[in-house]
Design a protein around this ligand. Structure first.
Ligand SMILES: Nc1nc2c(c(=O)[nH]1)N[C@H]1C(S)=C(S)[C@@H](COP(=O)(O)O)O[C@H]1N2
Ligand SMILES: [Mo]
Length: 312
């Protein structure tokens, strides 16, 4: 897999011809017109200027990133996804695009990212259960993918759905499961178009392992981990706020926004601190949780005027 770090290609190496060529390829692949100008949030030019903030903390070891997972489709134990997800077939991978957009229908996921080069993004990742990691994802800014689908002016939210395939996902067969499958998540359009929001296709320089959400999954680094939905098979643009799976299960504990917020505790535990993995029984490696998981400078403006004490 090709991985381009955003700043390791000097500008002079990319000729205008290459830009033009790439653009032509994209446009041909999906039969798309040039980028739509009416999308909320950031423009293409602003996104090109955007500096991804550097994370100084050490990376969480690969075997923890790929061996300690939440992916309830494979079971509720942290080790279940790595144990069972090899059964999942990820090729071919069809994705249904529907709702308030020009380009709707069924696509191969590879066509939706054709001509786009994954970037490496090192992000802090904070689960609502108060553990955290530092992960080198690779992926494509979600904005680039959504722009290609030409959402219309009624698209205020975008909803994502995970694969439903009980034959390959033992957790979906579990009778005692409280989850109404498939797993669903959503973002407001301006959150979805924010340059930090990533559609990850890899981790640690390799294609995404199944347990991490192959072949592609969302990464929204300023929100609790459950927003970062895995193994996506549907993208729907809508005018109404989607009801995400965890909000549906426990509306008093989990909401739609789920921005990392040390000042608002979970009803059953504090969100003021987090265990940075790896940690052990002897050394829990606690550290303070940061507002918006440390990305406040980049994203706080999205929530101007919102009551953040109720924003869970
Ligand atoms: N489809 C699906 N997506 C999911 C989950 C899940 O159970 N099913 N768990 C979420 C939670 S709670 C977290 S913390 C992250 C974990 O991602 P990781 O295993 O890659 O660290 O995935 C999120 N995405
Ligand atoms: Mo989580």
């Amino acid at each position: 897999m090709l991985i381009r770090k955003p700043d390791d290609i000097p500008g002079s190496e990319i000729t205008p011809e290459q830009h033009f060529h790439n653009r032509r390829t994209l446009v041909r692949t999906l039969g798309l017109a040039a980028g739509s100008a009416l999308l909320p949030g950031i423009t293409r030019a602003e996104a090109d200027e955007f500096q991804v903030p550097a994370v100084d903390d050490p990376l969480t070891p690969e075997k923890i990133v790929t061996g300690f997972n939440n992916f309830y489709e494979f079971g509720t134990d942290k080790s279940d996804p790595a144990r069972y997800a090899h059964r999942l077939t990820t090729s071919p991978w069809r994705v249904t695009v529907s709702g308030e957009a020009e380009k709707t229908g069924e696509f191969d996921y590879e066509d939706l990212i054709a001509g786009m080069t994954p970037e490496e993004r090192i992000y802090r990742f904070r689960c609502v259960e108060a553990w955290s990691m530092v992960v080198p994802w690779s992926g494509i800014p979600l904005a680039d993918i959504l722009r290609r689908l030409e959402p219309n002016s009624r698209a205020r939210y975008v909803e994502f759905t995970t694969l439903y395939r009980p034959e390959e996902m033992p957790g979906q067969k579990a009778i005692f499961s409280s989850i109404d499958w498939p797993y669903v998540e959503g973002l407001r359009m301006d959150e979805a178009m924010h340059p930090l929001t990533l559609m990850a296709t890899g981790v640690y320089g390799k294609p995404l392992p199944n347990q991490n959400g192959a072949p592609w999954r969302l990464i929204v680094p300023w929100k609790y981990g459950f927003k970062s939905i895995k193994s996506i098979v549907a993208i729907r643009f809508t005018s109404r706020e989607p009801v995400n799976t965890w909000q549906q299960i426990a509306p008093r504990e989990y909401g739609f926004y789920a921005n990392v917020n040390p000042a608002v505790d979970h009803p059953r535990w504090s969100q003021a601190r987090e265990r940075r993995l790896p940690s052990t029984l002897l050394d829990q490696n606690w550290m303070p949780t940061l507002p918006f998981n440390g990305y406040a400078d980049q994203v706080a403006g999205l929530y101007d005027g919102m009551d953040l004490s109720r924003n869970f």
